[in-house]
Write a protein that binds this ligand. Structure first.
Ligand code: ATP
Length: 283
């Protein structure tokens, strides 16, 4: 049987971390949303016992157990004693290692696809619990909808969908290592966000107030070594974005706009120096 799942990019409308756990990993407090910039993940199972094979159209990605999509299939296969061979084909559109959760979303898409193919009947909540061992963003990506995400990434509170907004997603050529940025966090220097206000505004459908509480406390950490991120963010705000900020640990910067024409204006103004620019709607 063959199933194709869309694997959308995630954006952090807010990203905060109040503390580290004893094992050194951050405790997260984030509001996440998905965008219609997506990979397409096709999962095929074979009647005969076999292995997991991953094919991608990107030369940069591993095809073995280091691929998060492979890990997702491996976990579900072992947990439910399935023996069938699994072939995964990924068409990448989400920039890699960009803070857009591309690998996590591919993994979540494999979980959803195999849940259908093997008729496991798992709820999204059960899939999200299994997903946490892959990466902290995978539980959110199982849902792929506006949500408040806390803990290691496993506590998900879905928030009401918002009206149609546009985002300009721009990734400069620079690359950022997430583990390196996480190691550099000095918790005493973080300027924490008021996520409760953000969530209350989103629940009230008050976008104008919500944008005032968006933010990413890791911006100063990544910008220390990547000042070009600040320059791009400042430019987007000057060009009239409702809000512009870094996603995840960067380097991607996104601008949210309430009209398509504003988003296109920003795209046209930055595409001269930043080639990887997408205008999308928020899901
Ligand atoms: P994170 O913040 O979790 O590191 P990211 O959103 O910045 O993720 P990804 O595109 O998910 O970026 O890539 C992060 C790392 O995961 C890369 O080093 C990449 O090689 C690896 N990876 C494994 N599987 C995938 C996949 N299917 N798609 C993209 N990257 C993958």
């Amino acid at each position: 049987m063959l199933v194709t799942e869309k694997a959308p990019a995630k954006l952090n409308l807010s990203l905060d971390t109040p503390m580290r756990y004893f094992d050194g990993s951050p405790r997260w407090d984030m509001v996440m949303v998905s965008a219609d910039l997506a990979d397409y993940v096709t999962v095929e199972t074979h009647l005969h016992p076999g292995t997991i094979k991953v094919y991608t159209d990107s030369g940069f990605l591993p095809n073995d157990q280091r691929n998060l999509a492979y890990q997702a299939a491996h976990i579900l296969r072992n947990r439910f004693h399935q023996r069938e061979g699994v072939t995964i084909r990924i068409r990448k559109h989400i920039p890699v290692a960009a803070g857009l959760g591309g690998g996590s979303s591919d993994a979540a898409a494999v979980l959803r696809a195999l849940n259908r193919i093997w008729r496991l009947d798992l709820s999204l909540e059960e899939l999200a619990t299994l997903a946490l061992s892959i990466d902290s963003d995978v539980p959110y990506c199982v849902y792929g909808k506006l949500a408040h995400v806390t803990g290691h990434g496993e506590k998900i509170e879905l928030l009401p969908a918002q009206p149609h907004y546009w985002a300009v997603i721009a990734k400069q050529q620079t690359s950022v290592s997430t583990p390196q940025i996480l190691r550099q966090i000095n918790y005493e220097q973080l300027h924490h966000l008021n996520n409760q206000q953000l969530i209350a505004s989103l629940k009230a459908g008050d976008w104008a107030t919500a944008v005032q509480y968006m933010g990413n406390v890791l911006e100063p950490v990544t910008m220390r070594t990547h000042p070009e991120i600040r320059r791009l963010k400042d430019k987007m705000i000057k060009l009239g974005a409702d809000v512009a900020q870094m996603s995840g640990t960067g380097p991607t910067v996104f601008a949210v706009c309430h009209t398509e024409s504003r988003a296109r204006r920003i795209q046209n103004s930055i595409c001269g120096f930043c080639r990887d620019v997408h205008v999308v709607t928020l899901l």
